[in-house]
Design a protein around this ligand. Structure first.
Ligand SMILES: Nc1ncnc2c1ncn2[C@@H]1O[C@H](COP(=O)(O)OP(=O)(O)OP(=O)(O)O)[C@@H](O)[C@H]1O
Ligand SMILES: [Mg+2]
Length: 655
């Protein structure tokens, strides 16, 4: 059995270059861009986290500085009054003006100090407040033009409490005074007093809600050097801290708050939370305590390493959290400041960069695919053209030159090589029966030396007195006439499904039903001979008109079994048919001379196509070299095919 393509090239996975190119480009780019985008995302993610961590550190630094300034100023003022100002060793109203002068000076220099006061062991109390705070202005129903208020809780001669409020203008001149009903306020009961009396230096207490203004504040207090029962205190309103926390946010959703030693939030950047803290402090209602806030709770449950940013999951959100103990400032020392920023917000830039990166790489992939397709198209277009040229070569069609311009060197080299191959095959094909090779390849019957027996119809022709013709005319002329003559054969045999096996001198050997199967091979051979005869009439008229000899031609046709296949030396095969059938066809051709006929056929041919071809019997004859006689006939004409009769229904003439 012939070596079919499958055996020679076991089926391998093939895909068009275009899809391979696109596939490779897409795969390569996806890997590359995914890696790059992934690395870039990772880098920007880490950078975002590092930035956030750095910002958190900076934020905490600023907060500590702020607290440092607040507590530094305040403890300096308290310390000063507690150590040098003897005027405070005597309770009010003694040395009232000295007291006012010293405290007014301190308060005017430190805007964040809400008020400075002194508590005495006999319950007397002296305070100077900065009326810049609207809360104080409301609480004391301040007269117009007042910049400072002095509250003095004294005792009259009988020891009864006297509660006075003096109002000073911006220059420190007292211009009004008001008596208030004593409130029974006793400084000794206040935490700042007790802490200072028990302490050895400045102490901070709070934060708590200021009694008069309701503000959240803290107190730095210290016992007077001259009398440990006299305590100086200064209130720092923590609004400045709350404002600071709410203003300095890393992202829209970030929060910061300060936790006390037991993990309760006492100052929060979120005003709503601040209100909850105050409400909880006020009501001392631990349940309402904001420590149930999920973020506060998560931090409390798994406190991150101090000073290190860590991830804390709160519900379905991850926060980057940094907890830093406040050690340096007197205010809030022993507390911790927490900064927490939602990771998705911190990563917003990185995510945007990621999306951008993905979009860009997506675009690059699309661009690459398009360029791959264009490139592949450029290549495949040329390859398709070259394939078409190769197919034409396979069909031994040399009419179209192979000209496939390409920017791809390999393709233009291939183009050149194919052209050379075309030229070689063209030259070679001039010397082989193209039609035969084409049909042999088509039928798959050409592969090395092999022959088999089958039925064929053979046609032999020969020109009368060609020797004489070739003697009387120049070789070029003979070749030219013979070429034109053979072209007629070649075209007509091909047109009738036949195959030219050989041109031999002035004779032609053609065959039907091999190499390509043809059920009506005998009929087609006869029709072909009749058609050639007709065309040769025109050819000979032309010859005559040019004063050239006519090519009177004899035809012999026989049908029968023959040995068909490729025979010869392995480097020089010849596809042919052998056997009695071929010899008889050749003999019949020669026998035309004796019967003065043009196309002679055997009875075997007639048996196959007497319904479609008219024959004239010539009796039986003994072909040279053959023992048995055979019936011979002249092929006259093809029976015109009767127009198919239209039945009544189609013509509408039904009765
Ligand atoms: N086997 C062959 N190989 C090559 N050339 C051949 C072969 N047979 C014949 N020829 C050439 O073909 C020409 C014609 O040969 P052919 O035997 O047909 O004689 P002819 O002159 O045509 O007379 P006839 O009328 O008998 O055909 C001769 O010139 C001969 O050289
Ligand atoms: Mg001859």
């Amino acid at each position: 059995m012939r070596g079919s393509d499958e055996n020679r090239h076991p089926a391998i996975w093939t895909h068009s270059l275009r899809s391979l190119f696109a596939l490779v480009m897409v795969a390569m780019l996806i890997v590359v861009s995914a890696t790059l985008v992934g690395l870039d995302y990772r880098r920007s993610r880490n950078a975002a986290i590092e930035d956030a961590e750095a910002n958190m550190h900076a934020f905490v630094g600023r907060l500590v500085d702020r607290l440092g300034v607040l507590s530094g100023d305040t403890s300096a003022l308290v310390g000063l009054v507690a150590s040098v100002a003897n005027s405070f060793l005597v309770p009010p109203p003694e040395r009232l003006n000295d007291k006012i002068a010293i405290l007014r000076e301190g308060i005017m220099r430190s805007p964040h100090i809400d008020g400075v006061y002194v508590g005495y062991p006999d319950g007397r109390f002296f305070q100077v407040v900065d009326l810049a705070m609207p809360a104080w202005r409301m609480a004391l129903d301040v007269p117009r033009g007042a910049a400072l208020a002095v509250r003095s809780m004294e005792k009259d001669a009988e020891g009864k409490p006297v509660n006075r409020v003096l109002f000073l203008d911006a220059a420190g001149i007292q211009f009004a005074e008001r008596r208030l009903t004593p409130t029974g306020f006793d400084p000794q009961t206040r935490p700042w007093y007790q802490a200072a009396v028990d302490g050895t230096g400045p102490v901070s207490t709070g934060p708590y809600e200021m009694a008069t203004t309701g503000k959240l504040g803290m107190t730095i207090s210290q016992a007077h050097h001259g009398n440990g029962k006299i305590v100086i205190g200064a209130d720092v309103v923590l609004d400045t801290i709350t404002d600071f926390l709410s203003r300095e946010r890393l992202t829209d959703g970030s929060v910061s708050f300060i936790l006390d030693a037991v993990g309760r939030p006492i100052i929060h950047s979120n005003p709503a939370m601040m209100r909850r803290i105050l409400a909880a402090t006020e009501r001392y209602d631990p349940e309402a305590s904001p420590k149930n806030d999920p973020l506060v709770e998560s931090i409390r449950l798994n406190a991150p390493t101090a000073g290190k940013a860590s991830f804390v999951d709160v519900g379905d959100r991850t926060y980057l959290v940094m907890v830093t103990p406040l050690a340096s400032a007197l205010l809030l020392s022993g507390h911790r400041v927490v900064v927490a920023a939602p990771l998705d917000e911190l990563m917003a830039t990185a995510n945007a960069a990621l999306l951008q990166g993905l979009a860009v790489s997506g675009a690059v992939v699309v661009l690459a695919v398009l360029s791959a397709l264009v490139l592949a198209h450029l290549i495949t277009k040329s390859l398709h053209q070259l394939t078409a040229s190769a197919n034409r070569l396979q069909d031994l069609d040399f009419t179209t030159p192979i000209d496939v311009p390409s920017y791809v060197t390999e393709i233009s080299t291939l183009n050149g090589a194919m052209n050379k191959a075309r030229d070689a095959i063209f030259t070679f094909a001039l010397y082989v029966p193209k039609e035969l090779v084409r049909r042999g390849i088509e039928s798959g019957q050409f592969s090395g030396r092999a022959a088999w027996r089958q039925e064929v119809t053979a046609l032999f022709t020969d020109i009368y007195d060609f020797t004489t013709i070739s003697e009387r005319h120049a070789p070029e002329e003979v070749v030219a006439m013979l070429s034109e003559y053979f072209d007629i054969f070649s075209e007509t045999v091909h047109a009738h499904e036949g195959t030219i096996i050989q041109f031999l001198g002035d004779s032609v050997f053609a065959m039907w039903n091999a190499p390509v199967a043809d059920e009506r091979h005998a009929e087609h051979a006869c029709r072909c001979a009749l058609a050639v005869k007709e065309r040769l009439q025109a050819f000979n008229e032309k010859q005559k008109a040019k004063g050239l000899p006519e090519f009177r031609t004899r035809f012999g046709i026989h049908t029968g079994t023959a040995v068909v296949g490729s025979v010869g030396a392995k480097e020089r095969l010849q596809y042919t048919a052998m056997g009695d059938t071929v010899n008889v066809a050749s003999r019949l051709e020669g026998m035309n001379k004796n019967y003065d006929t043009t196309i002679m056929a055997s009875g075997a041919v007639v048996a196959q196509c007497k319904d479609v071809i008219t024959f004239r019997p010539l009796g039986s004859a003994q072909a040279k070299g053959r023992a048995t006689a055979l019936d011979i006939y002249e092929v006259l004409a093809a029976i015109p095919v009767a127009e198919p009769k239209m039945d009544e229904a189609q013509t509408g003439t039904a009765a």
